[in-house]
Design a protein around this ligand. Structure first.
Ligand code: 4AD
Ligand code: MG
Length: 433
């Protein structure tokens, strides 16, 4: 083997040079004395051209015996070829088999059912669509870090093993030495509030867990959430920040991930139409609108997935539904002084039927009101002692939100089900691979 080792994405800049590329065989075909190998290496796909009478017979034989997903090293001259995927092809002079692949590779270029594909997720991830989704995910994760870094937020990591605190959804528990049961974190928020009093503006970025028996296209039992928490932000400031973040993410995807969006067949005009300001709709008005559209919702209910879809159908941008009734939301949300039946909160709903992608609120900063809510909800008071301390020692106006990473990627990528946007999804009936 001769030739500098290159990755496929770098080849157009190496036109005319002799290089070696390593990767996996996507497919092979021969046309008389010419053969084509489509190779992928994670950065792109490359057409490698084999000409029989210009190669040693062993090389041709090795080529014709290749099976899908064999791992190979191919050496040759890079040629610019506008018709080839990626804009370059390789005129092959040498081939080495690095790792053979059984002829029974389970994923074939035909329709497979989604359960079959999920059972073979470890291999399914190699397909072009899945690679595009993972690159989009990576881009959006990086964009989130860039967004907060530029605003001088401190990234702060919160525990995954916790005492019984969090949201209302189901808890996963595990034995924890002599301390009883530890619960997998449903949210990092409460710790985020403690960190906001130390650092001013923080965000968490990590996995969260909910033992929800929901088999919907937007529920996972393990999902990633980003939870900013800001001292001295009221709920208005909080929504403003959410809007800026979502606009930033959409812009980033359009700026840097057009090829992936094209592979996903995303209608990018829908993303280009996303502009601020996002409508802010009062919960009461939303209920009236929904009833007008035939929903059976009544004042006091949380919005179901169908209600959310009905409501966003009128808009091309995300919308905020503001100030829900207390009983529909978590105990830590601040009572609305203008209408104490409600709390200062908002859910941000994505268009095109994607529904809630962000939940956020101003936090109850009054010690006694918070304690009252903890008791009202029948929560284990002892586990919340430290959280109440934050209201005893320098209580402060503060707000924050949680953005679901998978739901956000699904919306921006136009992917119908969240199970496809996380490498190894965890759902009610799926723990492997
Ligand atoms: O609305 P949620 O439950 O809010 C919280 O956890 C707050 N502690 C956030 C905060 O104020 N810091 O969850 C926030 C978001 C949802 O809007 C949704 O995008 C996502 O997390 N989410 C899920 N994503 C996938 N699967 C699930 N089971 C999810 N549950 C919530
Ligand atoms: Mg919510």
């Amino acid at each position: 083997m001769t030739g500098r080792i290159e990755r496929i994405a770098a080849l157009p800049a190496a036109a005319g040079q002799q290089v070696t590329v390593r990767g996996w065989v996507q497919h092979v075909r021969t046309q008389g004395k010419v053969g084509f190998l489509v190779l992928r290496d994670g950065t792109g796909v490359l057409q490698c051209v084999f000409v029989r009478n210009q190669l040693p017979p062993e090389t041709w034989d090795l080529f014709t015996a290749l099976t899908q997903e064999a791992c190979v090293a191919v050496t040759g001259e890079v040629r610019l070829e506008p018709r080839a995927p990626g804009g370059a092809e390789l005129g092959v002079t040498a081939l080495a088999l690095l790792g053979a692949s059984g002829a029974d590779y389970p994923i074939q270029p035909k329709e497979h059912g989604v359960d079959f594909l999920l059972d073979h997720r470890h291999l399914w991830l190699r397909s072009q669509r899945q690679v595009a989704i993972m690159r989009l995910r990576h881009e959006l994760e990086q964009a989130i870090h860039d967004f907060f870094y530029a605003r001088d937020f401190v990234r702060a990591d919160t525990p995954i093993l916790t005492a019984a605190i969090g949201e209302r959804a189901g808890l996963f528990g595990t034995e924890y030495f002599d301390e009883g049961t530890a619960f997998l974190a449903q949210t990092g928020q409460l710790y985020g509030e403690a960190l906001a009093a130390a650092l001013g503006r923080i965000y968490t970025f990590g996995p969260t867990f909910r033992a929800e028996k929901s088999k919907t296209r937007r529920h996972l039992t393990e999902f990633w959430m980003i939870e900013p928490e800001m001292a001295f932000y009221d709920q208005g400031d909080n929504m403003q920040l959410q809007e800026e973040l979502l606009l930033f993410l959409v812009e980033r995807a359009l700026e840097r991930r057009r090829p992936e969006l094209a592979i996903l067949e995303r209608d990018v005009s829908k993303l280009e139409a996303v502009k601020g300001p996002f409508p802010r709709i009062d919960y009461g008005d939303a209920v009236t609108t929904l009833q007008g559209k035939g929903s059976s919702i009544t004042w006091g209910d949380d919005l179901g997935a169908e209600d959310e879809a009905l409501l966003v159908a009128d808009y091309a941008t995300p919308i905020f539904v503001c100030n829900y009734p207390k009983e529909a939301k978590a105990f830590y949300m601040k009572e609305n002084p203008a209408d104490p039946r409600t709390v200062l909160c908002a859910d941000c709903l994505a268009p095109e039927g994607y529904g809630e992608i962000i939940g956020g609120s101003q936090r109850e900063d009054d010690h006694d009101k918070l304690l009252h809510r903890i008791r009202e909800e029948g929560l284990p008071e002892a586990a919340y002692g430290w959280y109440l301390d934050l209201r005893k020692y320098g209580t402060f106006v503060h707000s924050g939100f949680g953005i679901g990473l998978e739901r956000t990627i699904a919306w921006i990528g136009g992917i119908p089900h969240v199970r496809e946007v996380i490498p190894f999804p965890r759902m009610m009936h799926r723990l492997t691979p």
